[in-house]
Design a protein around this ligand. Structure first.
Ligand code: URC
Length: 303
């Protein structure tokens, strides 16, 4: 008898690239570019353990399904498209119980030409991505997590780090003025959806929340006098929870991309430290890495 048993299995197609144009009668065009990943779970064990391919919805079939459903449905907001796609797999194949759909949306912003929004020309005005993770599970509805990835930001003052624990391993001096730079990855988890119809009914909130979360991140980073990455990210989470009541928790992952001062006093006594610092050495590694998840407090039960 074999000593092995399959304890985890999901499979699908990754990096499905998709571009869709929506054309209005008046000449205005709207575009979406995204990269999709679909992964299926269910009664697929024998494809691994017995080389029986009969339960396998081929990864190529999954890719073709992405294209067909993108033709038949709106792809914006991407949360709705991911929900439609995930639900399609569990509705269509009785032996598939869970569908995971991840979407990465690439930024294309409408060009302003001669002071006016151009009807069909766009530019990449940021390399950050909008991210969506949907899980459609037969019998228990749809979960959606939305987020941002790769938003690179830097401030050259307005950031401090002092009062941290000190012991015999500590070398880092306290600072009341430092450079702060990070690459934002965050996400907001929506309360569970019953079905695709509920996602469709509530679709307006997805783009609004994405725009608001991106703006809160940028505004807070710029305006706040940051006491630490930890306190700044908590502040961002708190604001997103406040403006999006249907979210349950917010996560941030922020690398602290260090910019070191360089001592140039060896060269004719050049002053380049503290208040005289102008030339810095950006560090590619190592970097700090700060995570948190902030959840909505349950309302206190009335006695
Ligand atoms: O904002 C910061 N948080 C830390 O935990 C930390 N640790 C460190 O060395 N520098 C910083 N900065």
């Amino acid at each position: 008898m074999s000593q092995s048993q399959l304890s985890y299995a999901r499979y699908g197609k990754d990096n499905v690239r998709l571009f869709k144009v929506r054309r209005e009668e008046n000449g205005m065009q709207h575009i979406t570019e995204m990269t999709v990943c679909t992964l299926l779970e269910g009664d697929i064990e024998e494809s691994y353990t017995k080389a029986d391919n009969s339960p396998v919805v081929a990864t190529d079939t999954q890719k073709q399904t992405v294209y067909v459903l993108a033709k038949q449905n709106p792809v914006d907001p991407p949360e709705l498209f991911a929900a439609i796609l995930g639900q399609h797999f569990v509705d269509t194949y009785s032996h598939i119980h869970v569908a995971h759909v991840k979407i990465v949306v690439h930024r294309w912003s409408r060009m302003i030409v001669d002071g006016e929004a151009h009807p069909h020309s766009f530019l990449r005005d940021g390399t950050d991505k909008r991210t969506i993770e949907v899980v459609a599970r037969r019998g228990s509805g749809i979960t959606i997590k939305s987020g941002i990835d790769g938003l690179l930001v830097l401030k050259s003052t307005g950031s401090a780090f002092y009062g941290f624990h000190r012991d015999e391993y500590t070398r880092l001096p306290e600072t009341w003025d430092r450079i702060l730079s990070t690459e934002v990855q965050n996400s907001w988890q929506w309360k569970q959806f019953r079905d695709v119809e509920q996602v469709r009914k509530e679709q307006d909130k997805f783009n609004k929340c994405y725009e608001a979360a991106r703006q809160i991140t940028i505004d807070t980073f710029a305006k706040e006098n940051s006491p630490s990455v930890q306190a700044t990210m908590y502040n961002m989470c708190d604001q997103i929870l406040a403006i999006a009541p249907d979210t349950t928790d917010i996560e941030y992952t922020l690398p602290n991309k260090h910019y070191f001062e360089i001592d140039l006093s060896w060269f004719k006594g050049l002053k380049n430290n503290g208040k005289d610092a102008e030339v810095y050495a950006p560090q590619s590694d190592p970097n700090g890495l700060i995570h948190c998840r902030v959840s909505r407090k349950e309302p206190k039960a009335k006695l």
